[in-house]
Write a protein that binds this ligand. Structure first.
Ligand code: BG6
Length: 462
């Protein structure tokens, strides 16, 4: 690799956030309840240090100050999400004018500061009333989502040019229907498959609504967390295990989103184990037409896969883990403050895969980041000396740069995240931001990495 890393002109430098994680004002401004508000009220003990989503980073009240900080650290783009239950409190029906005003102000403020807003419509935050109707298991909820998407395009599409239907749509499937870390805490493989499928139908319906709006210069995409799957060895059993993990955790969303259809091998496995979701006439065509213009890639860590030592115990609910085991690769590099593997080359492998197998779709790194527990320990005179985060970003950027040099169609890099924020059940446990937030006073302080990214953005590289 070279020792100078200058990115293509117009490269997108920025960061990503989500509504529930930064806005706060959970019971203000006419917002309705979503599943997080509800679950926290039901079971506060399941949230780290019993902290819920009421206040988070208070972006709802402090967005002006925050946008100034974005500008100060060189952002030219910023990803946020709309809270469905803020915009349409019941999930369907009346639009909340206070929410329209809020999002209009945020969008206008970003644009006035030369920051291009990227908007995502769904980041894990199902309106409670719709969850009570079955959430993504219900086709009526899918219809409500399409309506919500259409309203958002109509309200904000004159200024917002990059739209995303979902962030990490596999996470609510895993958390809510397989591994019990999201509401409604169901463990049921077949229901999980239905939720995954209906989410893609909802995606395709939102794409259809977007196309109808005929938005000049507008692009529609999806944001997927891709975890490249690496086999322990070249032994056929390990290769197969790795391929199946890839089918479940990457291709289950990547293929329909970019190619417009599901991988045949995945369908066969689900069929063999009687896990296929219920479909409707016309779905195939809808999914075909729902191919995205742009793909956001969230990359945190790889998946190290080996064949199972024993035949799977297929009693109990269907699980992807029936087909493979994970292992800890000897000598792997770890983020000691979060417990995730760091494998920078993964970002390159993803991009090459998109180039070779997915038509070199326009993409960008929509999340990448390093979570750190008790990050206050690295503060000097109040400023967090996060050299580990600078190294983390720099090394990933080097691999991204190499991918671009080799012709990959990657347009930008967004860190997860702009400022420390509330992360679902993990609440404030792992800090990811360029900017630290004092939980009690809400004071924002730039970390060392914020000054570093400012320079990188200004030089369009390093
Ligand atoms: C990402 C999600 O995958 O991980 C974010 O999109 C989340 O919403 C982030 O906050 C970090 O997760 P954690 O569990 O390390 O706090």
């Amino acid at each position: 690799m070279s020792n100078k890393y200058i990115f293509p002109e117009g490269f997108w430098w920025g960061s990503a956030t989500s509504a529930t994680q930064i806005e706060g004002a959970a019971h203000e401004g006419g917002k309705g309840e979503n599943i997080w508000d509800h679950w926290y009220q039901q079971e506060p003990d399941r949230f780290f240090e019993n902290i819920g989503p009421e206040t988070t980073s208070d972006f709802y009240h402090r967005y002006k100050e925050d946008i100034q900080l974005m500008k100060e650290i060189g952002h030219n783009t910023f990803r946020m999400s709309i809270s469905w239950s803020r915009l349409i409190p019941g999930g369907r029906g009346e639009v909340n004018q206070q929410a329209v005003d809020f999002y209009n102000h945020v969008i206008d403020e970003l644009i006035a500061n030369d920051i291009d807003p990227f908007i995502n419509l769904f980041h894990f935050d199902m309106p409670l009333e719709l969850q009570n109707e079955g959430g993504w298991e219900s086709r009526e909820v899918v219809k409500a989502y399409q309506h919500y998407a259409k309203i958002a395009f109509e309200l904000f599409g004159d200024r917002v040019k990059k739209w995303f239907t979902f962030n990490e749509p596999i996470v609510p499937v895993e958390g809510g229907y397989l591994y019990d870390f999201h509401y409604p805490n169901v463990v049921d493989g077949k229901r999980a498959a239905q939720v995954a499928y209906n989410t893609m139908v909802a995606h395709a319906k939102a794409v259809a609504a977007f196309r109808e709006c005929n938005m000049k210069d507008g692009k529609i995409g999806i944001i997927l967390n891709l975890t490249p799957s690496y086999p322990r060895s070249q032994h056929p059993a390990d290769l197969k295990a790795s391929r199946i993990a890839d089918l479940f955790f990457n291709r289950s969303f990547l293929d329909p989103a970019v190619l417009g259809e599901y991988p045949e091998e995945l369908i066969q496995i689900l069929q063999e184990y009687d896990q296929l979701p219920i479909t409707e006439n016309g779905d195939k065509e809808l999914l075909k037409a729902g191919k995205v213009d742009i793909l956001g890639v969230n990359y945190y860590q790889p998946r190290r896969v080996k064949a199972k030592d024993h035949l799977p115990n297929t009693e109990g609910p269907f699980m992807p883990e029936w087909f493979f085991d994970l292992y800890e690769m000897p000598g792997r590099k770890m983020n000691p403050y979060r417990g995730w593997e760091i494998y920078e080359k993964g970002i390159y492998d993803i991009m090459i895969n998109l180039k070779e197998n997915y038509g070199n779709i326009e993409s960008f790194i929509s999340e990448n980041g390093m979570g750190v527990q008790n990050e206050e320990r690295f503060a000097e005179n109040g400023e967090i000396q996060d050299d580990y985060r600078i190294d983390f970003i720099r090394e990933h950027l080097k691999w991204l740069h190499k991918a671009i040099e080799e012709g990959c169609n990657a347009k930008g890099y967004h860190l997860w995240t702009f400022m420390d924020n509330w992360s679902w059940m993990n609440a404030y446990k792992n800090r990811y931001g360029f900017i630290s937030v004092d939980l009690h006073t809400q004071k924002r302080t730039l970390k060392k990495s914020a000054y570093w990214i400012k320079e990188v953005s200004e030089n369009n590289g390093f």
